[in-house]
Design a protein around this ligand. Structure first.
Ligand code: ADP
Length: 383
């Protein structure tokens, strides 16, 4: 729960910062993420709290919609007063219905600036991506000789905060490709009631680029199981998606389709059956080596106490996700700063700061959750 709550706050803050600086595409991304996290919190809560999260979540999704249809004026053209969600703001006054969607808004960064070097662990996933797209693109003649076309579809599944989104961005960086992002909730927004067209347009936009990475977050929300009670809309979206994505192997452009989900068991069967995602890769909590890598990446260049023991901490943080570890390190740095300010000493992160952080930040992954993934793997792949 605290992980979801922290992520909600993080995206709300990032959205507000992006709004202030007139960065529409990022604001859309963070508003949609804030909305998604609120909806996830609503699912885990009851009664009035659940209702409240639902309302807040819907209003964030609403903001994402409004920002998409009515991008913010660039900061240089306006006053330096921050944009806000008042009746005067461009967000609140935007008309939602019937406005064409600017597909370029789905693209959050031309080429992201995170690389594989910023990602700890994930060796299996990195190797699969090298085989599928990086090697064929870097050595096109060798790939042609073997009749291998770069690109394809990969489903990344596993607990939240394990670095799936970051990995998608790093792939785009490695192959110098634009990164297109959309979350299930964003595409299925109730405001337009035309999710399948929005998804089609997103896929078309990515296909218009010679090379592109298309990241569909929360595929479970976009392509949910066609349970007996599922709506006609659900079925239409799945069908349309399968149609749109079906032809990309034969097309001229190179497209890497990445789907990400924390709940693979809720995805429509047809998505697996028809092989749109050739590879399904489990991204679990980091192993000891990756945990050490995470600590080293996030403490690089930071003053530490002399006998700071990375090995010990890598072992100690078993069960923590990448995102948890980033949060712990951040918390430890804050304690170090506080000590340095009040004690008028040089700042340095000590192991005691991490100990302290551990008392307030629990691991966001439980054995029960991991068990669910294991059962899914058994049932789906017999692994
Ligand atoms: P997911 O998409 O699986 O929910 P994210 O990619 O949003 O997870 O991860 C959240 C943050 O956690 C990242 O921005 C990054 O700072 C950190 N993180 C998670 N896993 C890793 C990793 N393996 N290496 C480096 N950073 C990581």
């Amino acid at each position: 729960m605290s992980f979801l709550f922290d992520k909600k706050i993080e995206h709300e803050n990032l959205c507000e910062a992006a709004i202030r600086e007139g960065r529409s595409a990022e604001a859309v991304f963070h508003a949609a993420k804030a909305g998604d996290f609120c909806l996830a919190l609503a699912k885990q809560s009851d009664g009035t709290i659940a209702e409240r999260y639902l309302q807040v979540g819907e209003s964030w999704l609403d903001i994402a919609e409004r920002l998409q249809t009515s991008p913010l004026p660039s900061v240089s053209s306006g006053s330096d007063k921050p944009a806000s969600r008042t009746s005067q703001s461009p967000i609140a006054t935007a008309s939602l219905r019937g406005t064409p969607i600017d597909d370029s808004e789905f693209q959050i960064a031309e080429i992201p600036d995170v690389s594989f070097d910023d990602i700890a662990g994930m060796e299996v996933a990195k190797e699969a991506i090298f085989d599928m797209i990086v090697h064929p693109m870097r050595e096109p003649e060798k790939a042609r000789a073997l009749k291998l076309k770069p690109g394809g579809g990969v489903l990344l599944y596993g607990p939240p905060g394990t670095g799936k989104t970051m990995f998608g961005k790093a792939i785009a960086h490695e192959i110098d490709a634009p990164f297109f992002y959309a979350s299930g909730a964003q595409i299925r927004s109730k405001w337009h009631g035309e999710s399948e067209q929005r998804l089609s347009r997103l896929i078309q936009s990515a296909r218009e680029k010679p090379v592109a990475v298309l990241f569909l977050d929360e595929v479970d929300g976009l392509l949910p199981r066609r349970a007996s009670g599922s709506s006609v809309v659900d079925n239409r979206i799945v069908t349309q998606f399968l149609a749109d994505i079906g032809g990309f192997r034969d097309s001229e452009n190179i497209l890497l389709l990445l789907g990400a989900t924390n709940k693979p068991w809720e995805i429509d069967e047809a998505v697996f059956r028809t092989g749109r995602f050739d590879e399904k890769i489990y991204i679990g909590p980091p192993d000891a080596g990756a945990r050490r890598g995470l600590l080293e990446i996030h403490l690089a260049g930071v003053p530490l106490e002399d006998d700071f023991n990375f090995e010990k901490w890598a072992m100690r943080l078993e069960g923590y996700t990448g995102s948890d570890i980033v949060g712990l390190v951040h918390d430890a740095k804050r304690s170090a700063l506080r000590r340095s300010v009040f004690g008028q000493s040089d700042p340095a992160v000590k192991q005691i700061d991490l100990e302290q952080a551990l008392t307030t930040i629990p691991s966001s992954v439980t054995d029960k959750m991991l068990g669910q993934y294991e059962r899914f793997q058994q049932q789906r792949f017999g692994a």
